[in-house]
Design a protein around this ligand. Structure first.
Ligand SMILES: [Zn+2]
Length: 165
């Protein structure tokens, strides 16, 4: 049992983008194309395979749903239907081997700390960030491209789930 929740882009947002090819909240055109290099889908958190899958590039506010201050940026999703990554699935294994930046925020979009992880050892870094009670959530971004990948939240009740040793 992990002590954190993986929060991928919500399914209703992804389905809306696929249906309309418009960015949620912005209306900017979204772009659909065959995948030409490996990039993670922000819904299933698996790589979009070049030569096999198509992807949609759209503008997404990485603070959507948690803050009133937006910060839009480009993200990819599978053009085809895919399952949303399980919140209790732990750190996504397909993303473990790529360098990611963990940004720890307090409500009000206050950046409190960040960690650069390049050796795949994400769990200790996440635990270290959440050990600070001022940290409400952690954003995971690509270190090399800078793009938002997903968010990590504390467990729903703010502590370990009941019954967890
Ligand atoms: Zn996907």
């Amino acid at each position: 049992m992990t002590a954190f929740r993986i929060t991928a882009i919500p399914t209703e947002v992804v389905e809306s983008v696929r249906a309309t090819l418009r960015a949620p909240g912005y209306g900017f055109p979204a772009h659909s194309e065959p995948a030409t290099d490996a990039a993670p889908c922000r819904h299933c958190l698996r790589n979009i395979e070049p030569g096999k899958s198509s992807r949609i590039l759209f503008t997404y506010d990485r603070f959507r749903g948690v803050e009133s201050l937006p910060q839009p940026g480009p993200v990819y999703i599978h053009a085809e239907s895919c399952p949303r990554y399980e919140e209790n699935g732990g750190f996504p294994e397909e993303l473990r081997n790529s360098p990611r930046t963990l940004e720890a925020y307090g409500r009000g979009r206050r950046l409190i700390a960040q960690e650069y992880v390049a050796d795949g050892k994400y769990e200790p870094a996440i635990e270290k960030l959440f050990a600070d009670s001022k940290v409400d959530y952690v954003q995971v971004n690509s270190t090399t491209a800078g793009c938002f990948t997903f968010r990590i939240d504390r467990p729903t009740n703010g502590t370990a789930p009941a019954g967890t040793p």
